[in-house]
Design a protein around this ligand. Sequence first.
Ligand SMILES: C=C1C[C@]23C[C@@]1(O)CC[C@H]2[C@@]12CCC[C@@](C)(C(=O)O1)[C@H]2[C@@H]3C(=O)O
Ligand SMILES: O=C(O)CCC(=O)C(=O)O
Ligand SMILES: [Fe+2]
Length: 368
Amino acid sequence: MPSILSDAFQGYPVEPHHPMHVDFKSVKELPESYVWAPQQLEDNPSSGNFHGESVPVIDLHDPSAVKLIGHACKTWGVFQITNHGIPQELLDEIECAARNLFSLPSQQKLAASRSPDGISGYGVARISCFFPKLMWSEGFTIVGSPMEHASRLWPHDPRTFCDTIEEYKKEMKGLAGRLMWLMLGSLGVTEEDIIWGSNNNNNGGLGDCSKVDDICDALQLNHYPACPDPERVMGLAAHTDSTLLTILHQNNASGLQVQREGDCWRTVPPLAGALVVNVGDLLHILSNGLYPSILHRVVVNRTNHRLSVAYLYGPPSRVEISPLKKLISTAHPPLYRPITWTEYLGTKAKHFNRALSSVRLCVPIQGL
Ligand SMILES: C=C1C[C@]23C[C@@]1(O)CC[C@H]2[C@@]12CCC[C@@](C)(C(=O)O1)[C@H]2[C@@H]3C(=O)O
Ligand SMILES: O=C(O)CCC(=O)C(=O)O
Ligand SMILES: [Fe+2]
């Protein structure tokens, strides 16, 4: 079994059913390979946010931030944060880096393609192979150093792009670590409850995550071009992230929608300077299902193109994640078996949205 993140997809190559149609700019009429059947679009993609509740916005300087975060994780699995400490200039810079990348000629982008069983590089979303039609988007994934791919994109000056990526990843790693502790704190879990050290400690949960340097992460730059027929396409199909948590910067074009169990799709409106935080599948496992991972998708529009940058935060690749001991009792038995991020990515590559149930041990008592 592969043990480092970049080997997670060995044995699960991405072979979309159609070759990538890369030159979005020249498309006047929608190619059939992008036209989704109405039932696959579930409902009108431009709907969402009819009335009622909207995704919580939490000011991290609010003295009640921990409580608000706990409530948002339990009832939504997603929230937006303000006063997060990430400088606006850095958010502008990363957006500009993404825009520069996706504006390159198709041939140049294709030179930096992700290999079918690789993790980093340019291409369609990994989940494309689960759908008969292509998504109206292009992406660039960075795990580890971006230098190799950046040198193919900008042979004369890869450094400018790499410096921005490194700086952004560094800042995001700090913020994600902070958020992780706020989320754990809201579950009543303190640093003392987690004996850092051995991989399979008796605390369930996180193993040796105290060494922040070992934390695994990935950056996903996404581009959703404006579309001549937006009602018939999907920008990014509904999925949950496999992470502990994801921090997302979106530009000023809306498109991100979330769906809680039994609810309709709701738009997460872009708020200048705010960042979106998603609960991922590994936090769902760690919290023994108390903090459910959030199903989300992206719809596109006719006039504006959309950019997003997702910082995907997970544990060190060899650490086994399992429900936290403190949350387990006779009434609340562990619902999931221990699993590493690398193994979970492989499971996701095989089972997609059934990955979480494939690692489930039993049904909750109240569900019997
Ligand atoms: C670490 C990772 C999580 C991710 C797969 C990846 O290797 C890097 C890209 C991530 C992403 C972003 C778009 C949606 C998603 C499901 C996908 O296809 O690629 C996620 C993957 C995930 O969270 O499982
Ligand atoms: O573009 C977005 O808003 C969402 C992107 C996303 O879900 C992802 O990269 O995992
Ligand atoms: Fe996502």
